[in-house]
Design a protein around this ligand. Structure first.
Ligand SMILES: C[S@@+](CC[C@H](N)C(=O)[O-])C[C@H]1O[C@@H](n2cnc3c(N)ncnc32)[C@H](O)[C@@H]1O
Length: 360
């Protein structure tokens, strides 16, 4: 029995059951046995690969976005904040790509918001020679005051969600118990309120997701952006509108894995509710750009041009890797449309979205 499985079953014995949010939190962030706390899950030998690990152009274009936004804001002293920075590759590429932007690096303090000591260590090694002012923080609340640009790639999908299920007699929370065979399984909690949206009955069996942690973090960031200035770029898989289906998923060794098997040894995520994040930003009084696909954003930021420049000076092997990597980020069949980009800012127009005409 894995140590985390024991922690989970002990908690179920005490409380009767666990919410999906409690389960996700324990699996990902348990101080000793949580998925992100104990090992580096990235790369061919890990469980998954993220955009910055696929192509340097991803981090470079995010860096260019931050530098251009900074220029548009009048070049203030800036806090460049990354949420859930993985191996530090995105920030290293972003800083390298902006090294020649006059005054940008001099105005920067970099803040890495990371809960995993293993990944914070990898980030330190990736960045220690890249910029003189970098600090690591556990929580977004700890970012000191000032104009700030926040970058979050595949961060919001790792935050715990709650799941509700429509039953014959009303809505019940989806919870986790131990079955007679000693395995974890889903069950339903007590039935609460009945819910109808726009006068329409929600079909029995519909799963609805709530994102309390994502909403809290989004409120913290957007409130400070409205007061102190700056912007936020969120890149993730998710939906605009209501999902009304179960998006909870686990990944291990680059393949989907049963969510309740091997707690702490598989990555668990849920799709991001972009409408709810965008609404929080708009309610705070910020400019919100129309949701773009990753392919649209990278193209608008000059990713295609950057690829051509890199290809020009590459050898044959490098050319193949560069072209394949960028195609993976932008093609419809891979990440180009699945991943979406939400940009919000205290200053409009938002860089990359000056031409809104072709965006959804
Ligand atoms: C899927 S990884 C994405 C990594 C990176 N952004 C990339 O694109 O390669 C999720 C990251 O979020 C971090 N993380 C998860 N929950 C967190 C939390 N509540 N606060 C801060 N970081 C968190 C993980 O340790 C990891 O660095």
């Amino acid at each position: 029995m894995s140590p985390l499985f024991k922690t989970i079953t002990d908690k179920i014995a005490q409380q009767g059951s666990l919410s999906v949010a409690e389960y996700m939190e324990l699996c990902l962030s348990h101080p000793e046995h949580g998925y992100y706390r104990k090992a580096d899950p990235f790369g061919a030998r890990g469980d998954f690969v993220t955009a910055p690990e696929i192509s340097q152009i991803f981090g470079e274009m995010l860096g260019v976005w931050a530098a251009e936004m900074w220029r548009q804001m009048g070049c203030p002293p800036l806090r460049l904040v990354e949420l859930g920075p993985g191996r530090g590759t995105l920030m290293a590429d972003a800083l390298r790509a902006t090294a020649k932007q006059t005054g940008f690096h001099e105005s920067l303090t970099v803040h890495m918001v990371e809960t995993s000591p293993v990944l914070a260590n990898a980030q330190y090694h990736a960045l220690r020679h890249v910029h003189p002012r970098i600090e690591w923080l556990d929580d977004v609340d700890e970012v000191p005051e000032g104009t700030a640009i926040f970058l979050a790639n595949e961060f919001f999908d790792a935050l715990p969600i709650k799941q509700m299920v429509m039953t014959d007699s009303g809505i019940a929370e989806r919870r986790i118990v131990l079955n007679a065979q000693g395995a974890l399984e889903f069950t339903l909690g007590p039935v609460g309120l009945s819910l109808a949206k726009s006068g329409q009955k929600i079909p029995v069996g519909t799963v609805m997701e709530q994102h309390p942690s994502a909403r809290r973090i989004m409120r913290t960031i957007t409130t400070r952006l409205a007061e102190q200035g700056g912007g936020l770029l969120v890149i993730d898989y998710g939906y605009l509108g209501e999902a009304h289906h179960d998006t909870l998923q686990a990944v291990k060794n680059h393949a989907f894995h049963p969510v309740l098997s091997d707690p702490g040894d598989a990555d668990i995520t849920a799709h991001v509710d972009f409408l709810s994040l965008a609404t929080i930003a708009a309610d705070a009084g910020l400019a919100v750009a129309p949701l773009a696909t990753q392919a649209e954003f990278l193209t608008n930021m000059g990713g295609d041009v950057r690829l051509k420049m890199l290809l020009h000076r590459a050898d044959e092997d490098q050319k193949k890797n560069l072209a394949e990597g960028y195609a993976r980020l932008t093609s419809k069949e891979a990440m180009g449309e699945l991943f979406k980009v939400l940009a919000v800012s205290s200053h409009a127009p938002i860089v990359g979205w000056e031409d809104y005409s072709h965006l959804p």
